[in-house]
Write a protein of this length. Sequence first.
Length: 128
Amino acid sequence: MSAYDRNNVFARILRGELPCKKVYEDEFALAFHDIHPLAPVHVLVIPKGEYVSQADFCAQASDALVVGFWRAVARVANELGLEAEGYRIVANHGPNGGQLVFHFHVHVFGGRPMSHRMGNMPRPGQQE
Ligand code: 5GP
C-alpha cells in the first residue's frame, strides 16, 4: 500500500481544515458522522496519527494509541446508545476491502438490524 497522503480528507478533518459533524474526541481518536450514511447511525472513528490502514496502524502505532483508539470506538458506540440493541464495526483495507480514504478508520453502524451480507457491503452513497 502506498505512503500516507497528508492531504487525504480525514487528515484535513483532523487538522480542522474541513468541517465534520463531531460526536466524540479524545487524545487518541476523533469520531464524526459519515457524509453518506448507510444506516440511521453511521459514524467514522479515526486515530490521531498518520496511518494508511488497519495493517499500518497495528504495525506502527504505539501500544497506548492502539488501546486508546479501540477504547474510543467502544465509547463512541456506548455514548451513541448503541450497546443495548447492538451495532456493527467495519474497517475496509485496500482495494478488495473497498477502502476509499487512506487514513485508517472504523465505521460504526447502528440504529437498525444489519444485513447478513457482511462480505458484500454497499458502496458509500448506495443504499443497501
Ligand atoms: P472507506 O474508505 O472505508 O471505503 O470509506 C470512507 C468513508 O468516508 C465513506 O463511507 C464516505 O462516505 C466517507 N467520507 C468521504 N469523504 C468524507 C467527508 O468529507 N466527510 C465525512 N464525514 N465522511 C466522508
